[in-house]
Design a protein around this ligand. Structure first.
Ligand code: SAM
Length: 215
């Protein structure tokens, strides 16, 4: 469905069937190599696009209650068709910005796990994702080769939003040896009411540790 629909609606730049298998599906479930998803009940995927990583995680762990959220409605329409076609229950596709969902009591600090892939750098992504995670829950960003630099830059932001970096797992995936890094960020205290800031602000004005300014 992804490859077919992509001819009419721009969902992904990866369109070759085997490549979709590896770079979308295998990559999406790679976090299951070290996170025991069976121990958790609810998960939200911020900026899910065509459903990655949330949808493959739902297929692999059907017990999870999953919210797939994206600010672009054409992607949500596609996801609703997929959900219907696969007869999935306990998953819903929501049209909205993370900044708005995180201010809605139905979503704020409600999720055991928040995942997100290819949405923004860790400093701003933490502001979009951590407010949605309940105390002791996990924020698991899917990161690539700049992970260490992003972690350093996001150190202060993660603390402000109530998170704590608990570990980092690196994995090489499939025949293309795709590098994927997963910092695991635990929610240790509530996110202050001030956050997330207004739509677009987390990405435009991220709270970052600027090493040169610190000197
Ligand atoms: N996660 C998918 C993947 O890895 O294939 C899609 C990645 S795509 C590059 C980024 C997605 O994030 C887009 O679909 C965009 O609409 C969504 N997005 C960007 N900022 C967002 C925000 N503040 N709230 C919700 N969705 C957002």
């Amino acid at each position: 469905m992804l490859v077919e629909t992509n001819n009419a609606v721009n969902l992904t730049a990866i369109t070759e069937f085997d490549e979709v298998g590896e770079k979308h599906f295998l990559d999406s479930v790679a976090s299951a190599a070290f996170i025991d998803f069976k121990k958790y009940e609810s998960l939200i995927d911020i900026g899910t696009g065509a459903g990655f990583p949330g949808l493959p995680l739902k297929i692999l762990f059907p017990h999870l209650n999953i919210v797939l959220a994206d600010s672009l409605n054409k992607r949500i329409n596609f996801l609703n068709l997929v959900i219907e076609e696969l007869e999935l229950t306990g998953v819903c596709a929501v049209h909205g910005r993370a900044e708005e969902l995180a201010r809605d009591p139905e979503y704020r600090e409600r999720f055991d796990i928040c995942v997100s892939r290819a949405v923004s750098r860790l400093s701003s992504l933490s502001e979009l994702c951590l407010p949605l995670v309940r105390q002791d829950g996990l924020f698991i960003p899917y990161k690539s080769k700049e992970v260490n630099e992003e972690l350093q830059e996001a150190e202060r932001a993660i603390k402000i939003f109530g998170g704590e970096i608990s570990e980092k797992k690196d994995i090489y995936l499939g025949s293309s040896n795709l590098f994927r890094s997963f910092p695991v960020i635990k929610k240790v205290k509530p996110t202050p009411d001030l956050y997330p800031r207004k739509n677009g602000v987390p990405q435009k004005k991220p709270i970052i540790v600027n090493k040169s300014a610190e000197k």
